[in-house]
Structures are given as structure tokens and as C-alpha cells.
Design a protein around this ligand. Structure first.
Ligand code: KG4
Ligand code: ZN
Length: 335
């Protein structure tokens, strides 16, 4: 039984990342070049700026991942790359780098869905037990994904408008906090109290879908109306109240789905999984239901990285899935 080494490449948004993972579970190297500082002054990710950075960084980042792993390309069993969803110009940089390397070194090529990557970040910290449920919350996604076995994903709920992270970033902007705003709201929320009445979008009784745009608008209107009266909203209390609304709905729907689908594990995934309020509330509520393990990866594996892409790619590799030189970036790829 030979060890399997997979190089992962991720460029779907604003991190240029490469990593080597052994047997789908063990991180050998994990390199992430963040562009956050370049996007900060624009208050969000600018696609053209992101593509330019990926072009500049991709070769260096891949070299660094290979050097830290102390491997040569001949040692690799496969190259896994994020195929979508994401910014098309950004995705293309990673896909083309992966294709060039796979072609030059005659290594199998594998296209990975970004969300499958976020979910498989969990396999780098624990064994996945099926059936399982994953709550994927990031800047671009809010999804409840049910899995019966490796590589099979069933989206049982998703956002109908803004993603959770997007709502965090927009609310942060209204409160004049820097980009990305999620961590700032999280920090302020812990210093404030839930004193402002904000809506919670439960949607239909049996729906696992989410909606955050109404909540976001309610925050913006409250801030705006206060300003018109010459008053200022307490940012800490607003952060605490907003976070409570988001966390209440995310946790309630996740716990309900975990019970209905009788899963053995609940996995948290995506950048918003870094949220302390969400982690704490999910831990509290999950402790009340028996026989279900809650898994929350470390912060560095929750935000965009390539180790998660390599981990998801390894499963596809073992299942015999291969891409060829026609592999293309797909900004709206379905899970
Ligand atoms: O997964 P990720 O790195 O990129 C995407 O694929 O979108 O997630 C980034 C998102 C941003 O919206 C950011 O504000 C949010 O995750 N985020 C947080 C926290 N840390 C990052 N949101 C709430 N609380 C946090 N502590
Ligand atoms: Zn992501």
C-alpha cells in the first residue's frame, strides 16, 4: 500500500494557495498567499486585482509548497485544482497552472468543487463518519450539505440571497469597520449586548434554506435612521444583535437537520466557521443531542486554503475520477 501524495491548488477568490496532502488526511505542506491588504482599500475583492495577484504569486506558491514538502513533481500521484465556483479570472490562473504541470510531468489532473474542499478540510482533522451533515458558511456560500458517503453531496438548504459572510461584510461596512468585516463584528459582538430588535428569517416551516438580506437591510436602516436623527448606534450592541440573529438561524436549522437526517457527525466549514459566537452556540446546542459528533476545524483550515482541495481531490483520485486537458474554470459549478 503505497502512500498517495496530492498537490492541491486554490485560486477561486483572494487567496493564492498550494499544498501537499498525504493519503488525503495528512498535511505535508500548506502555503497561502493572502491578498486581503490589496483589496482592503476598495472595501471588497476586486476581480481584476485578484487575477493579477494570482498570476504574480502562483508559481512561487506552488514552488514553496513543493519545497516545504521536500518532494519533486515525480513524487506526486495527482494534482487537484479548484475548478469552481468563484471568480472566473481567478479560477483560470489555478486551472491553467495545474494543467501545465500535469501535462509537463504527466501527472493525473483532478477538478475539485470549492465547497467540497471546504467540507473535506474536516478530514484533515478527523475521520469522516457517514451519514454526516456539513454547514458551509463563507463569504460566497451558506449551505447545508448532507453526505451519505465520500464524494456524494446533497444540498438540503442554501441561501436565497446573501451568503452569511457577505452579510457580515456588508454590515461591517455600514458600521465603518475594515474589510473583511466578519472578524471585527465577531470581536465587537463579544463586547456588546443583544439590545436591538432585528429580524430572523426562518422561511417556511420545513425549509432548510437561509436568507440574510432582510437582516442586513434592517441593520442598515437602523444605522441610517439613527444618523438622520443625529444619533449614533452603539456599534458593539449592533454587532451583538446582528450576530445573535445570524447564529440563531444557522444553529437552529443545522440542529434540526442533524436530527431529521439522523447523522453521526456535523461538520462546520468555511470562513464564517471562525466565528466565536457560532462555534459556541453550535457546541452548546449539539451537546444536547446524543450520538452526534461536532467537528470544527482550526481557523487556518476554515478559510480558503489548498490543503482542503488536495484532501477532496484525493477522494476523487481514489474513486478513479480524472480530468483531461479540456478542464475549464466554471464560475457557477454545481456541487
Ligand atoms: O471561506 P472564506 O475564506 O472565503 C470564501 O470562500 O468566501 O470566507 C471568508 C468570509 C468573509 O466574509 C469573512 O468576513 C468571514 O468569512 N469571516 C467571519 C469571521 N472570520 C471570517 N465571519 C464572521 N466571524 C468571523 N470570526
Ligand atoms: Zn471558500
Amino acid at each position: 500500500n503505497k502512500d498517495v501524495y496530492v498537490l492541491g491548488i486554490e485560486t477561486s477568490c483572494d487567496e493564492t494557495a498550494a499544498a501537499v496532502v498525504k493519503n488525503g488526511r495528512e498535511i505535508v505542506s500548506n502555503v497561502v498567499a493572502s491578498q486581503i491588504d490589496s483589496h482592503k482599500r476598495f472595501g471588497g475583492v476586486v476581480p481584476e486585482v485578484a487575477s493579477r495577484h494570482h498570476v504574480e504569486q502562483i508559481t512561487l506558491v506552488i514552488e514553496e509548497a513543493m519545497n516545504r514538502a521536500n518532494l519533486s513533481f515525480a513524487d506526486l500521484d495527482a494534482i487537484a485544482v479548484t475548478q469552481g465556483p468563484g471568480l472566473v479570472g481567478a479560477l483560470l490562473i489555478g486551472v491553467n497552472a495545474a494543467k501545465a504541470l500535469a501535462f509537463a510531468h504527466q501527472i493525473p489532473l483532478i477538478g475539485v468543487h470549492h465547497i467540497a474542499g471546504h467540507i473535506y478540510a474536516n478530514r484533515l482533522v478527523t475521520e469522516m463518519k457517514f451519514p454526516l451533515l456539513s454547514l458551509v458558511v463563507s463569504g460566497g456560500h451558506t449551505e447545508l450539505v448532507y453526505m451519505k458517503e465520500h464524494g456524494k453531496f446533497e444540498v438540503i438548504g442554501e441561501t436565497r440571497d446573501d451568503a452569511a459572510g457577505e452579510a457580515y461584510d456588508k454590515v461591517a461596512r455600514a458600521l465603518h469597520l475594515p474589510y473583511p468585516g466578519g472578524p471585527h463584528i465577531d470581536r465587537l459582538a463579544h463586547e456588546g449586548s443583544v439590545t436591538i430588535d432585528l429580524p430572523r428569517a426562518w422561511l417556511e416551516e420545513d425549509s432548510y434554506d437561509f436568507s440574510f438580506s432582510g437582516l442586513k437591510s434592517a441593520v442598515m436602516n437602523t444605522v441610517h435612521n439613527a444618523a438622520q436623527r443625529g444619533e449614533q448606534i452603539d456599534a458593539k450592541d449592533m454587532a451583538a444583535s446582528f450576530q445573535a440573529s445570524v447564529v440563531d438561524v444557522l444553529v437552529a436549522k443545522t440542529v434540526k437537520a442533524a436530527q431529521e437526517y439522523q447523522v453521526r457527525q456535523v461538520l462546520l466549514a468555511g470562513g464564517v466557521a471562525a466565528n466565536r459566537g457560532l462555534r459556541a452556540e453550535l457546541e452548546r446546542k449539539m451537546a444536547e443531542i446524543e450520538g452526534v459528533d461536532l467537528v470544527i476545524p482550526p481557523l487556518s483550515l476554515c478559510t480558503d486554503n489548498a490543503a482542503m482541495i488536495a484532501a477532496a481531490g484525493t477522494i476523487l483520485f481514489e474513486q478513479g475520477k480524472r480530468a483531461d486537458m479540456s478542464l475549464n474554470a466554471d464560475p457557477s459549478l454545481e456541487l
